[in-house]
Design a protein around this ligand. Sequence first.
Ligand SMILES: NC(=O)c1ccc[n+]([C@@H]2O[C@H](COP(=O)([O-])OP(=O)(O)OC[C@H]3O[C@@H](n4cnc5c(N)ncnc54)[C@H](O)[C@@H]3O)[C@@H](O)[C@H]2O)c1
Ligand SMILES: O=P(O)(O)OC[C@@H](O)[C@@H](O)[C@H](O)[C@H](O)CO
Length: 532
Amino acid sequence: MKLNLSSLSQASDYEAAGIQVPAFDVAATQERVRTNPRWVHIGPGNIFRIFLARIADDMLADGKYWPITGVVPMNPAEMEKQLEAFDLLTLGVILSGDKRDTRVIAGLADGLATRREGDFDRLVSIFTNPEMTTVTLTITEKGYVIQDSQGELSEATRADIASDPFANHENTMALLAGLLAHRYQAGGAPINFISADNFSHNGDKLRDSVLQIARGWVERGALSQEFLDWASDDTKVAFPISVIDKITPRPSEEVSEYLTGLGFTDMGIDHLGRTPIAGFVNAEPTEYLIIEDKFAAERPPFEDYGVYITDRETCDKFERMKVTTCLNPLHTALAVSGTVMRFPTIDSEMRDPDLAKMVNILAYDEAMPVVTDPGIIDPKDFVREVLEERFPNSALPDNPARIAMDTSQKIPIRFGVTLQEYQRRGLDMDKLRVIPLVFAVWARYLLGIADDGEEFTPSSDPLLEELQGHLKGIKLGESVDAHAALKPILSNANIFGLDLYTTPLAEKVEALFTKLIAGPGAVRATIHEEIN
Ligand SMILES: NC(=O)c1ccc[n+]([C@@H]2O[C@H](COP(=O)([O-])OP(=O)(O)OC[C@H]3O[C@@H](n4cnc5c(N)ncnc54)[C@H](O)[C@@H]3O)[C@@H](O)[C@H]2O)c1
Ligand SMILES: O=P(O)(O)OC[C@@H](O)[C@@H](O)[C@H](O)[C@H](O)CO
């Protein structure tokens, strides 16, 4: 059996395999959405396919017409090999204990790849359609960045500003700013942009980046001030903030074999560069989506599908709890140490007493003091669920390397916000043990040498080359001037949210780093010593 519309018409084959199928006419919806689009999603990757597309699937099953048009602005092969090869269907596999719940998700009903001939023009026609009112995004943090590491507008952004606003743009922020210009020109129907990426005040960042490009066009006379006024008016173009939470690892070999055992012949894992791609997505059962109640246009009835639509303050508090204290910083701590110590999965790290203790200290002693209860869920229950159920979920094969991707972009949010809060509240940073340890292990990770003394390939990161340049020549077991090597990194407020030399942490990180490079086994020994 192959996953496609034709096999779906034999629903009994799916039912015999215990797989839930869409409760609506998928082919008819895919036909209708081409002329009647409602909801566009940029970056139709794993979390989107198992969370937002599933919500759309549930809505469609209830007769609420919110099919999604997925847009890949990067490599068209992602659209072709991961989505179109399966008629845009995804097999969602929820893993917990020894249970696997599998269903066909069909909320994604149309697919475009803007670097593919003709697709950009079709996207323009979708953006000029007033019936299309909502755009969601999961494009990773770096997709929003229009500056270089020094905080200046990047060369690519300057080139976009110098180019025709109405043309196709490779940079996603410029693409969206240009599509907004098309929408304005076509009458300016209101629209919502909901970032569902994992960082602080995601909607604000999206708004800033898009409007900065729009402003550049207005300043050089390519667009009118009226356009900018419209795009800046949040009753016309809304950018609510949101928080999304569902651990969604890369596709796993075990799940691939399981699906093959159910009779599928097309559920193998392929690769696009180093990124594994598949017709299925595996994830944990837990999920939270919180969206600020700030919309300019009609939107999907999210609240009927378990999504919290709430005030900005609640979003903010939930985000502080999840992204900057009780989940994502712990993830990054496990990602860099797990990679250097060659742990295959996060759950295996949680069975290591030192690493489990490290993240417990980080959560309860160092992060919790700056958390405020969001009201939706008690932070103590949230962190307990993370540390005792979600991370140790042995059915969920989450690889530390996935989480280590783009760490330089994540640190300001996952740790910097907490440090700024310590500074703001006058809390004692000298007491912090694990936060400086994580920074030192990250610097040790950047060397690309594991704790066994052998090489590993660090996950991709836009600053990898620059950061590795500062550490060039450092060898395990040899003496090092840690201050000279680390100063350019630790003083970079773009990375840590503040210059670590304005805190007691920089000195600690330098001392820890010196210990961590003492030789093979030094990472294990230093972590053990520091947390016991
Ligand atoms: N996987 C998770 O556990 C999880 C959970 C919560 C939130 N998130 C958020 O969702 C994002 C995506 O995670 P995922 O697991 O779906 O990853 P993924 O790699 O499966 O998907 C990422 C998508 O973003 C696109 N993309 C990458 N860079 C882009 C750019 N510059 N412009 C436009 N599109 C770009 C890719 O083409 C792909 O479609 C994460 O960065 C995170 O912020 C992920
Ligand atoms: O998705 P990223 O790359 O921002 O971060 C990696 C993980 O920490 C993240 O995906 C978590 O699994 C997720 O935030 C859980 O909701």
